[in-house]
Design a protein around this ligand. Sequence first.
Ligand code: B12
Length: 211
Amino acid sequence: MSKIPEIAAAVETGKIKLIEGLVQEALDAGEDPNEILDKGMIDAMSIVGAKFQTNEIFVPEMLVAARTMKKGVEMLRPLLTAGAIGKHGKYIIGTVQGDLHDIGKNLVALMIEAAGFEIVDLGVDVPPEKFVEAIKANPGCKIVGASALLTTTMEALRGTVKAIVEAGCRDLVKIMIGGAPITQEFADEIGADAYTPDAGSAAVVALQLVS
Ligand code: B12
C-alpha cells in the first residue's frame, strides 16, 4: 500500500521525526519521487495553509509543518536533480524583501536545477539591490526568479523589477515571478517576463525563455 497518505499526514501534523523514515520506505517501495513531492508534501502544505486561514492551527504548527516538508524534500533532492546541472546557464533566485517564505522558492530552484540550470540562491528577505548585485556578479546569468507569498510583499516584486531596469540590467536577464498571491495580470503589470503557478511549470517556462 502506498506510503504517500502517511507522508501527507506527517507533513500536515508536523511529525518531523517520522518524515525521513516514511520517505525512505516510499522510495524503497518504488514510489515516484515526483508523486511523493506533489501528493505527499505540496498538497499537505495547502491543507496547512487552509487550516491556518480558518484558525484551526497557528504559526508554530505552520512552522513545524514547513520544517517537516523541508526535511522530506532534502531526501528527494538528489533524485529530482539527476540532470546535467548548469548546461543552460545560471538562474538567480530569491524571496523578495520582507518575505521569509522559502519552501516554494526552494522547490522552484530544485526543479530549475533539474532542468539544467546552475542555481544562485540569494535566500529570503532579499532587497532589490541584492538582485541587481547578483546579476552583475554573475555575467552568465540568463534568468532571475523572484518569489513572494504575502500580499504585502507583492509590491517588493515590483520594486525588484524596477531596480533591475534602473540599473540598466533589464536586457541581460529574463524575469520570472511566482508565489501564491501572484497572477499573470500582476506579472504583466510590473513588467516581468513570466509567471508560473508551480515549480514544474517554472522549469518548462525557464527552458522556453532561454531557447
Ligand atoms: C509554511 C508557511 C509559513 C512558514 C514559512 C516557512 C518557510 N520556511 O517557508 C512560516 C510559519 C514562517 C510563515 C510565516 C508567516 N506567514 Co505563512 N504560510 C505558510 C503556508 C502554510 C505554506 C506556504 C508554502 O510553503 N506552501 C507550499 C509551497 C510549495 O507553495 P508556494 O510557496 O505557493 O510555492 C509554489 C508556487 O507559488 C510557485 N512559486 C513560488 N515561488 C515562486 C517563484 C518563481 C520565480 C516561480 C516561477 C514560481 C514560484 O511554485 C512553488 C512550488 O510549486 C502558506 C499558505 C499557502 N497556502 O500558501 C502561509 C501564508 C503564505 N502565510 C501567511 C501569513 C499571514 C504569514 C505570517 C504573516 C503569519 C504571522 N502572523 O506571523 C508570517 C509572515 C512571515 C514573513 N515575513 O514572511 C498567509 C499570507 C496571507 C496573505 N494574503 O498575505 C498564508 C497564505 C496563510 C493564510 N492562508 O493566511 N508562513
